[in-house]
Design a protein around this ligand. Sequence first.
Ligand SMILES: *Cc1c(COP(=O)(O)O)cnc(C)c1O
Length: 407
Amino acid sequence: MLSMIDIQKIRADFPILNREVNGKPLIYFDNAATSQTPQVVIDAIVEYYTVYNANIHRGVHTLSQEATDAYEVARKKVQQHFNAKHDYEMILTAGTTHAINIVATGFTSFLKEGDEIIVSAMEHHSNIVPWQMLCERTGASLKVIPMTEQGVLMMDVYEELLSKKTKLVFVNHVSNALGTVNPIEFIIEKAHAVGAAVLLDGAQATPHLKPDVQALDVDFYVASAHKLCGPTGVGVLYGKEEWLNKLPPYQGGGDMIDQVTFEKTTYAGLPFKFEAGTPNICGGIAFGVALDYLNDLGFENIAAYEKELLDYATKALKEIEGLRIYGEADEKTAVISFNVGNIHPYDIGTIVDKLGVAVRTGHHCAQPIMDFFKIPGTVRASFAFYNTKEEIDTFVEAVKKAVMMLS
Ligand SMILES: *Cc1c(COP(=O)(O)O)cnc(C)c1O
């Protein structure tokens, strides 16, 4: 368990936590939207641009080789983190959204009318819209696993939806709006039993736990570095080698080719087939450093400490009259979505910001969830391992103050 002393040490790693907002110390509870960046990651970014900024995979000169080596070391770190079999199964992308689009576009050539693909009712828009576009292109149809009022997916209905027509199932490992940890082992096993592939959107799971793609036997797993203490605009698509070999390239361009003539172009092997153009080199390197940082802390420690914060905040918030929490699954990450009475979430968000607290308000890129609960949105407080119980106390007082002013 992380002690208070460790917490002070950890907080010192994040320079942004020293700043003030509206004359108050910043309390950053919007970690589900993006995480803050530790000094080691900032240093890696500065070092890249100060010492060895160069394009990769093509220069014989020293800087290019140093940059290429660092980038490929980062890929290995990502491979080890997710426990993939091969480093070339890790496609470095611009993030989760980009990774999902690579797969959704690639599946165009595998689907036909009458085929079915399955999503869940609690997805981020980036795990809905690319698949709707895929259905428009192919005539396949989209089925939805419903959820309960507690924000738990209905696995009995899922089993009924599965059939020989099912080609692909894509669900988030953890919901960004509700915090629900989904029963992914069951989902994968049942999908494979009918011959369907599975893609897991790990954008919201990866900050809190360490997935093992081989143990899960998942076909595709995607995540974003910026929710993992890394920079924005970089992420990963893990795909099983067989799938990545079958899947056509997403973008054409430099670095993804073997031979180019005007008659015919042949593609490079993995992972380069999916990495056209100059990538976010510095971002990829910094992603590797961020994973090192988190693994040094240890995901078991992170999860245990965040669970304490979640339980503490849930209990304190529930004492506020008229407050309803959305997402009450037994297995949750440190995300609390709530409303108080009929007060608009935006109004609460605005007042707590005046008091230095950053929370998210709105639909959290998951409008279908808001429609399900028949609400315009929620206030969402999402915690990270660098947050404290004292911050939660201040936040709860701020919410109480907001409620008093608004009701
Ligand atoms: C943040 C998030 C995304 C989108 O990630 P980007 O980095 O914006 O591409 C997708 N799914 C979930 C569950 C998320 O939390």
